[in-house]
Ligand binder design. Structure first.
Ligand code: NAD
Ligand code: MLT
Length: 549
């Protein structure tokens, strides 16, 4: 193993074209693994490519120090515990389009097989039979196909059915009527509206709590006599026990399944032995073309993420391209540092005050960037201390939610004193306070407001913040204290209400001042408070975008 390289584990079969892309990248090293003992195999890798054979449960994903990305070569991510991955700060991506055509073709092939009893007839021939009348079928042309779930595969199947002169009706809560019309599909607003109007019904939704058992005994009862059902999506969307009963009772003329609640089904599972139920072993995406396509896409997106920080097809994070990331990077850094600053101030000001709400307001040009990610970066900074698990832009929001912290984001394109300004306000059990930051040029991060005072302080390294009465000689005194303790002041910014009134100063120091130095500053009669904050050095890579998590 080469420790200078980013390591990618592959636990299921991946086509050679995908492997070749990974092998060609000098930054990457491939580790061939297996779906067994995957927890151990994940310990030493930066990313993993899986298909449906590998189960990434919460237990498998807990405490993986190096793992940053899971790529599912295929569509369904039901074999990945998404909440657990998000909590652990692991990004999950899939390759949504690579196997669409193959799966739609498989669904169509099953529909055609059902209409002409092809598998059963072929089996009789193999057994020496010749039964023409038993296998009289029905024509597809002129029949109605109902497609439940008009996404990529559903629409691709619909197009094929229309070419075969079928009428296509459908239900999808997220598809517009206009788009359905463009495809020539009659769209209904309730699943129950299509149930009794079709000769074939094919489901193409994801398996969710809402779609589990979507086609059940009650709905099967309402279907036309002679209707047939196809499930090439996920086992359980059509209730299997209800289907077996309905086919045996003749309520449903036939069914074709490619997917099962338990894969593979047990050898003696009744689903294997029902006449008029055709079964295939999850073959929807099993074509050379689809496998090559998803493998190539999986290899491309994992290397784009690990090598260039590009986020494509993410399931648990907003997508961001390499150029967009570069453009927003300084703001991600700004958000993160404002969070780090506030969490340290919070502890010094209120000791144990619980955070109720974190508000983040974007003004000016920054409001047109990926503010959701900047907010996540801010929350990651805010939760960086005291979090059991390291917070990053993937898991920050979910950790905040778990802790009952409300996150409120607001944006306005109207700029004030700055081209862009980001203001974060923490509402705690013991009070609230705000800080504002901006970027000068394209990378100089500045703290420009603290507790309502205007400032111009660097947002890096060691900060010493002191509140005081604006009095002559005080700045000289602070300089002398720092000098006596061997601490160099690199920059100083002063904010005050009026001449002689309440004021605040932020010193950027070259080293961490001793406790004694801070106490000496606080001992001055005009100083009312001293706070110390340590931020990363300027330009330090963001922890979650760097190679170490
Ligand atoms: P997709 O995301 O493009 O489409 C899913 C559609 O379902 C969306 O349009 C969505 O709006 C709709 N939907 C969601 N909830 C719904 C509900 N309650 N009722 C009706 N519609 C609903 O996904 P896709 O790429 O078309 O994949 C569809 C299914 O096929 C997924 O379950 C996927 O895992 C499965 N799949 C199976 C194979 C296979 O080998 N058999 C291959 C690829 C994909
Ligand atoms: C998918 O979700 O992509 C399919 O089920 C195919 C597969 O598992 O490879």
């Amino acid at each position: 193993m080469n420790d200078s390289k980013l390591r990618i584990l592959i636990t299921d079969n991946l086509s050679d074209a995908g492997l070749a892309i990974l092998q060609e990248s000098p930054e990457l090293e491939i580790v061939m693994g297996s779906p067994e003992n995957v927890r151990e195999q994940l310990q030493e890798v930066d990313g993993v490519i899986i298909r449906s054979g590998t189960k990434l449960t919460a237990e498998v994903l807990a405490g993986q120090p190096r793992l940053k990305v899971i790529v599912r070569a295929g569509v369904g991510v039901d074999n990945v515990d998404l909440d657990a991955a998000t909590r652990e700060g692991i990004i999950v991506m899939n390759t949504p389009a690579g196997n669409t055509t193959s799966t739609a073709e498989h669904a169509f092939a099953l529909m055609a097989s059902l209409s002409r009893n092809i598998p059963q007839a072929a089996a009789t021939m193999k057994a020496g039979g010749w039964d023409r009348s038993k296998y009289t079928g029905s024509q597809l042309a002129g029949k109605t196909l109902a497609v439940i779930g008009l996404g990529r595969i559903g629409l691709t199947l619909a197009r094929r059915a229309l070419a075969f002169e079928m009428k296509v009706i459908g239900y999808d809560p997220f598809l517009s009527e206009e788009r359905a019309r463009e495809f020539g599909i009659e769209l209904y607003r309730e699943v129950d509206d299509v149930i009794d109007k079709c000769d074939y019904l094919s489901v193409h939704t994801p398996l969710t709590e809402e779609t589990r058992g979507l086609i059940n005994a009650e709905r099967m009862q309402r279907m036309r006599p002679g209707a047939r059902i196809i499930n090439c999506a996920r086992g359980g969307i059509v209730d299997e026990a209800d289907l077996i009963a309905a086919v045996r009772a003749g309520t449903i003329a036939g069914a074709a399944l490619d997917v099962y609640p338990q894969e593979p089904p047990a050898k003696d599972d009744p689903i294997r032995g029902v006449d008029n139920i055709i079964t295939t072993p999850h073959l929807g995406a099993s074509t050379a073309e689809a496998q090559e396509s998803v493998a190539v896409e999986a290899a491309e997106i994992i290397s784009a993420f690990l090598v260039n920080n590009e986020v494509r097809h993410a399931i648990n994070m907003a997508p961001i391209s390499g150029p967009e990331l570069q453009e927003s990077r300084a703001y991600l850094d700004l958000g993160y540092r404002l969070g780090l600053l506030q969490t340290q101030l919070l502890k010094q000001r209120f000791q144990s005050a619980g955070i109720q709400e974190a508000k983040i307001a974007y003004r000016g040009e920054v409001s047109e960037k990926k503010t959701r990610l900047i907010t996540s970066a801010y929350i990651a900074g805010l939760l960086s201390s005291g979090a059991e698990e390291p917070a990053n832009i993937i898991n920050a929001e979910s950790i905040a939610r778990e802790r009952g912290i409300q996150i409120t984001e607001s944006s306005s394109r109207e700029a004030g004193d700055f081209t862009s300004i980001v203001t974060t306000t923490l509402v705690t059990d013991n009070g609230e306070f705000s800080v504002s930051g901006t970027i000068f040029g394209d990378r100089f991060l500045r703290l420009v407001r603290l507790d309502g005072f205007h400032l111009d302080a660097y947002l890096d390294g060691q900060l010493l913040i002191f509140r005081h009465q604006d009095k002559p000689g005080l700045i000289g005194f602070i300089g002398t204290v720092c000098g006596n303790h061997g601490v160099n002041i690199s920059h100083m910014s002063l904010g005050r209400e009026d001449n002689g009134g309440e004021a605040i100063a932020v010193l950027n120091l070259d080293s961490v001042p001793s406790k004694e130095a801070a106490e000496e500053v606080l001992a001055h009669a005009a100083v009312t408070g001293v706070e110390l904050v340590t931020l990363p050095p300027s330009g330090e890579p963001l922890p979650w975008l760097d190679s170490a998590k």
